[in-house]
Design a protein around this ligand. Structure first.
Ligand code: GLP
Length: 245
């Protein structure tokens, strides 16, 4: 596990984008695993800048997002499909037909999850997975207690997640209570991964995930089993780490 501590969110985005860009230049076609939340925004801004500057090319890139709310269509401004279009896909030369976000409106969600896994396998697996971390340690929407071997499936959101994410909705009752998420096992299959974290409110959970025991109660601690993961963390999110990095 590689840990990089940076002064601020801009630097976090730049460093994470450089890691991904280096692999993108070596591998074609390339499969990106993508995350939502506010933390990866500086990373996506930097990927857009590198694409516009001609340093990276998305024409042979396909993507798979980690998760989506159940019950929100891709046109809803809080859906993760909408977020990805707004914050990345609409600004780079990616073929939207090759961008995949779980379908929160799928008629048969179980079959949809199995098909999503199959599509990832057929694409050759994820080359680089982007991750954020929830304040309760979730990755994607794998809430505490998720099996460390879990695959893409429908999950119930914890109260703490509904509360955290209610800031994006008019009222807390509008936050969906279920989501489709890649599993922890799915995430561990990625060839490379980068987890970005910033803000003092993430300091405890970042330390628990990096330096604590591996436990389903801190889903991100499973990343200790990932062979090629880099944590890019801002100073304020790194204050509880005991090791020297
Ligand atoms: C959501 C997403 C996660 C994300 C988390 C943290 O719940 N499903 O993938 O990591 O929020 O979000 P933020 O980066 O806004 O703190």
């Amino acid at each position: 596990m590689n840990v990089i501590i940076v002064p601020n969110a801009e630097e976090m985005g730049k460093q994470a984008a450089q890691l991904i860009a280096a692999e993108m230049k070596k591998t074609s076609p390339f499969v990106l695993g993508l995350a939502t939340g506010s933390t990866p925004l500086t990373l996506y801004k930097e990927l857009i800048r590198l694409n516009k500057a001609g340093e990276i090319d998305f024409s042979k890139v396909s993507s798979f997002n980690l998760d989506e709310y159940v019950g929100l269509p891709g046109t809803h401004d809080q859906s993760y499909r909408y977020f990805m279009n707004q914050n990345l896909f609409d600004h780079v030369n990616i073929d939207k037909a090759r961008t995949h976000v779980p379908d929160g409106m799928a008629k048969d969600p179980t079959a949809h999850c199995a098909a999503y896994e199959q599509m990832m396998r057929e694409a050759g697996g994820v080359d680089y997975q982007v991750l954020g971390i929830g304040s309760n340690g979730h990755i994607g929407f794998n809430e505490p207690g998720s099996s460390l071997a879990s695959r893409t499936r429908v999950v119930k959101l914890k109260e703490s997640t509904i509360k955290d994410n209610s800031r994006f909705f008019a009222k807390i009752e509008d936050v969906p209570t279920q989501a489709i998420t890649m599993g922890i096992g799915t995430i561990l299959d990625s060839k490379h991964a980068v987890l970005v974290a910033n803000g003092a409110n993430k300091a405890e959970i970042v330390a628990a995930a990096i330096e604590g025991s591996v436990t389903a109660w801190v889903p991100a601690s499973a990343l200790q089993f990932h062979l090629a993961i880099t944590w890019v963390i801002t100073q304020d999110a790194a204050t509880k780490l005991k090791g020297k990095y």
